[in-house]
Write a protein that binds this ligand. Structure first.
Ligand code: MN
Length: 358
């Protein structure tokens, strides 16, 4: 800006002193010098901007599926859909992952060589620490096996951590201390903020993807890299047959999580969501801000963070959806014929006993 202004002043001077040749030449020399300075500055700025953009877009590019040529996989038949009883792709062309829609061997082959680290957050606050042992033991058997997993356990009771869980090779656990909350709803309300802060402060340096999981859950079967994507959410096991007008979205217009009766794709359960770090960061940041706006007017959305998650995912469509196989509920019968395999489910708990309040 300053250099440009100098050039303009130089030009004016050139016009005024056109009678004097040596002064004119000196002035022109100075003008050229300033002009080259401006151009050099421009080139440097362009180079800096370009290299920054290039590094950002390279980070954001997700690798293609590259397979070992020796892998013999079953040929896909275009005229023979693998599942005809359920929706396997959304209207915005995101896959919905069901048993039978993918070949675990092909998926593993494609992801194992990429040296991926999956950050996994789990909140074990108050008496919920009792769920950690089963959660971790079952995760070690079924969750992202063969990939590096870094668990971040958010707890107010670091002394209550199970000490007899053996983690596999490439698997780490860190404890993040959080304050004790008076109400269980408070844990749910603060979770987005705590995850957002953790991504910003340390997770972003050491992971490619992040999954945010509930602790009162258990893995029963494979939850592997087929679940990875930029923005991933799971369809709630209790509402997938309901019309959207009956989803338990927030229906009061005073809340920022408000969704009208004639809108909505699916009802997602907050027990498992994840994706690439920058996408989950954006999600947690927006939900946190909305939770704070609601709080400032004394409103608490009907299902706390889950209501805000659903609002966010209506406007920012997930790139991959997990079928209810990935977020089942032990309190629900397993007789639904579309559920071929329960992979991860909420355990039955005595809510009156584990929660600080009802
Ligand atoms: Mn839960």
């Amino acid at each position: 800006m300053t250099s440009l202004r100098l050039v303009m002043v130089g030009r004016l001077l050139v016009v005024c002193n056109c009678c004097c040749n040596t002064a004119n030449e000196r002035m022109r020399g100075r003008e050229h010098f300033l002009l080259s300075l401006v151009m050099a500055g421009g080139v440097v700025i362009c180079w800096l901007v370009f290299s920054y953009c290039a590094s950002v877009s390279l980070n954001q590019v997700h690798r293609q599926v590259v397979l070992n040529h020796r892998l013999q996989s079953k040929q896909a038949q275009l005229m023979e859909p693998v599942r005809t009883d359920v929706l396997t792709v959304t209207p915005w062309l995101a896959p919905i992952v069901w048993e039978g829609t993918f070949d675990p061997q092909v998926i593993d082959e494609a992801f194992m060589s990429q040296n991926l680290t999956i950050a996994t957050t789990v909140f074990a606050v108050g008496k919920y620490t009792r769920f950690l042992q089963d959660f971790l033991e079952s995760a070690e058997k079924h969750f992202m096996v063969g990939l590096d997993v870094h668990y971040y356990v958010f707890t107010d009771r670091p002394g209550n951590m199970p000490d007899n869980v053996t983690l596999g090779v490439g698997r780490l656990l860190s404890i993040v201390r959080v304050p004790k909350f008076a109400r269980w709803q408070e844990i749910s309300l603060r979770r987005m903020e705590l995850i957002q802060t953790a991504i910003k402060d340390h997770i972003h340096r050491g992971a490619n993807y992040i999954f945010c999981l509930d602790v009162d859950m258990r893995f029963h079967s494979r939850v592997g890299p087929e679940a990875l994507g930029r923005l991933v959410a799971a369809i709630h096991p209790w509402f997938y047959t309901y019309p959207r007008s009956q989803y338990p979205y927030e229906r009061r217009t005073i809340s920022t999580a408000y969704i009208p009766l004639d809108q909505g794709d699916f009802y997602y359960q907050a027990n498992i969501f994840g994706g690439a770090l920058e996408d989950v960061y954006r999600l947690t940041k927006t939900c946190r801000e909305h939770l704070e706006v609601d709080k400032s007017v004394g409103v608490e959305a009907v299902w706390q963070e889950e209501s805000h998650l659903n609002w966010y995912l209506l406007r920012n469509k997930p790139t991959k959806l997990l079928s209810p196989e990935y977020v089942w509920d032990d309190a629900k019968e397993r007789d639904a014929k579309e559920i071929k395999l329960v992979r991860f489910s909420s355990v039955i708990k005595n809510k009156a006993e584990v929660r600080e309040n009802l």
